[in-house]
Design a protein around this ligand. Sequence first.
Ligand code: ADP
Ligand code: ZN
Length: 596
Amino acid sequence: MQHLYKNLSIWLIVALAVLLLFNFLNQNTPDYHTVSYNAFLEKVNGGFVSEINLTDNVATWKGSDGTTYRSVIPPQMPILDKLVQNNIATYVEKKKEPSWLMKTILQWIPFLALIMVWLIYMRRNNNAGGGGPRAMAFGKSRAKLIDPEQSKITLDDVAGIEEAKDEITEIIDFLKNPEVFAEAGARIPTGVLLYGEPGTGKTLLAKAIAGEAGVPFFSISGSHFVEMYVGVGASRVRDLFAEGKKKAPCIIFIDEIDAVGRHRSAGGPGGGNDEREQTLNQLLVEMDGFEENDHVIVIAATNRQDILDPALLRPGRFDRQVMVPLPDVGGREKILQVHAKKTKIDATVNWHTIAKGTPGFSGAQLENMVNEAALLMARLKKPAITMDILEAAKDKVLMGAERRSLIITEQEKRITACHEAGHALVAWMLPGTDPVHKVTIIPRGKALGVTMQLPEEERNSQDKTYLTNMLCVLLGGRVAETVVFQEITTGAANDIERVSDIARRMVCEWGMSSTVGPLAFKAGDPLSGQPGQIMSDETALMIDKEVRALVDSAQNTATTILTQHRQLLDELTTALMEKETISRDEISHLVQQHQH
Ligand code: ADP
Ligand code: ZN
């Protein structure tokens, strides 16, 4: 196929070139002096014309001065008689018609041009995924291949997810010595599904398996299979597995498997998708077609394990599922240390403290944080990364880069300061909330200001009090604006969104409303195609009322706190206006001054 395309386009280019040349030659006739019809008649009558060549209604004639002229003869004016009368040598020719071949080619030009554009487009498209000349044809898999010699990633690079590591050691052993397992008659899984939040190290883990076992590693993203052309995905899958078998023992890694492996009955965005279904079917066929001695292990990763087609998880396919969780404090400390090896760290840095201050961070975020710190160290021309630098890097990862260039009016600044002071003060006054870590009115990312709270320790579940307090804190910003300025702004949009989400889930998912009771009314997930929960109109009404009651009560609490501590609120606002960022200690200091 590939050769055919190449030849075709070469022929097309040649054909076009010939055509152009033809046209060029045709047009490249010598220059004539064009003379009007009446002038021409005058010349004829005056005996100035010595020779004339008539082609249809164009007369090319030679004057007695030897120059060649050209004139157009109106068809209504027969001129032949006059020429004969005047004794002028007259040659009559028929206009040269382009040959039929020429005509046909001319007619086909637009069509050929279209084909050409299409070919070029297809080729581009195929090359886009990278990969050498191999990637020229449609059905090729476009998988990236990492040779065992290239890959230096081992299990030591993966930290903090010990259980997941334990689960995959068996697979490494198998890839190293397949014979031992074959003799023992053990059935080795063909597919391993790694699932967990983004950035928890699933790809890293898969690479480490290949690195430890010293086998080739094919990697492709599920979204690469799903193209707009029907059949391409399936043929890519076929090609990928064929290549894998050639290089066995090896690992085939499919990232974002949910792009292909979504539940088949689910419409998903864009409705039923034949192409995706075909691709998924091909994947299933290939996995079922593995022979005992193929020694190819397919590892897939997803953060949406819940929407996968159950067929994918059946025995013989991805029957081994390994959860890759977000790291806990100890895990985070180890991950930080792994990445700290790449840069210079000051002796005063206490990784345990940093790990404690980064709950909920994924491995990728921690890596990012160390990297940001290294960049900052270089920019500040410091010899090593200190605690301060790490703190700044954490803020950047958590809240986005500072946008100091954003122009903010004095009034906007005042409102933002008041808004953030509101959040902070409500959080400070309510027992059982996460302590305020830092408040800032330096714009970051989309936010004009941020109040950052950090839990004292890991939280794996939240109780109703905690959630109710969270509603109060979230509403604190908007309430402060109302209390101080009797005016509200759009700045609270994100707070309001989160409030609505939490309050609704408290009622509909966590059974925290006594009126509604412990019943789950999860909204349908449009991705997985689960229909929304069926409920009576009365229930829907009751849910709405309960959600509203939760939010109203939280708003009241926030209003009470902020009116009671109005002076403190103003002082916090002023401090924020002055310093732009205030820490937990500074807030604590302000509050204590007040109590005395
Ligand atoms: P996922 O595939 O789960 O989205 P990745 O494996 O792509 O996550 O992780 C991205 C990067 O984050 C890795 O290359 C690595 O630098 C870092 N990382 C993530 N998890 C870990 C971990 N457990 N140990 C060390 N580094 C990690
Ligand atoms: Zn806010």
